[in-house]
Design a binder for this molecule. Sequence first.
Ligand SMILES: [Fe+2]
Ligand SMILES: [Fe+2]
Length: 285
Amino acid sequence: VVVLFVGDLVGEEATLLLAKRLPALRAAHRIDIVIVNAENCAPSGTGMTVGLLDLLFDRGVDVVTGGNHSWDGPSAHAALSGSHVLRPLNVAPTIAGKGALTLETSGQMLTVINLADPAALSLSQVARHDVLPPYACWLEVKRCSTTIVDYHGDHVIHKQVFARAVDGEASAVLGTHTHEPTLPLYILPGGTALVTDVGMTGPAGGVQGFSYESLVAGLRSVGDCFALPLRPPVSGPISLGAVLLRIHDGLTRVVERFDWDGPIPGHRVACGKVTPVPESVGFPA
Ligand SMILES: [Fe+2]
Ligand SMILES: [Fe+2]
């Protein structure tokens, strides 16, 4: 099964561009399933709208995942009630939405699980006492042999250790939330792919896709970049932060970085064999 996983989608402009380009990408690369972290897809950059999610599903997205922004904005509850919309699993069952989904694709069953680390969830509307431990929630959830985990987290080491703990059980552990792509791609010895952050799909020129003025003003005035209301996403060239996975019998055989032109040359790992990193390791703006 060929899976395209798209990292934090930021703002309406990026969402419209992904919706426009996805059908051709899906066909050209014979992609079976598309998973998109869309916690920032609303025009404000925080939360989701039902209209934009419907557009994404209409244009070939199969599953939407989320994170700390899953509960933001007036449309959050309507958006989270969508059958293929996930928010982090590791919160109390009384919190709106669901954290795992099993679906059939190309005749195979596939499970998508959304987790988040407590640091990321501390930035959400979920109260601290309603945040549950990610690994314990993983152990309890029903899943099939092909399982993709969106691990929405601030801390690289949490994603690395979690991936080691589930090596051979999950097909891939894919990090989101920092909006910054990490360079190494791994296939662990048991066959689990690990990417500590897939990177954002959003506009360049700001901070994580957002206008940085209010963040800088907050830092300068009271020492807290989140002290002032977040300004909306900037308008700039939109990057696609994504990875393509080729999975057989529940294990990843190939993982590669993917942008608007398809797989990025040199950013590919096959069955544990690391392709040498090219001298220029920058990602497209
Ligand atoms: Fe995000
Ligand atoms: Fe996030």
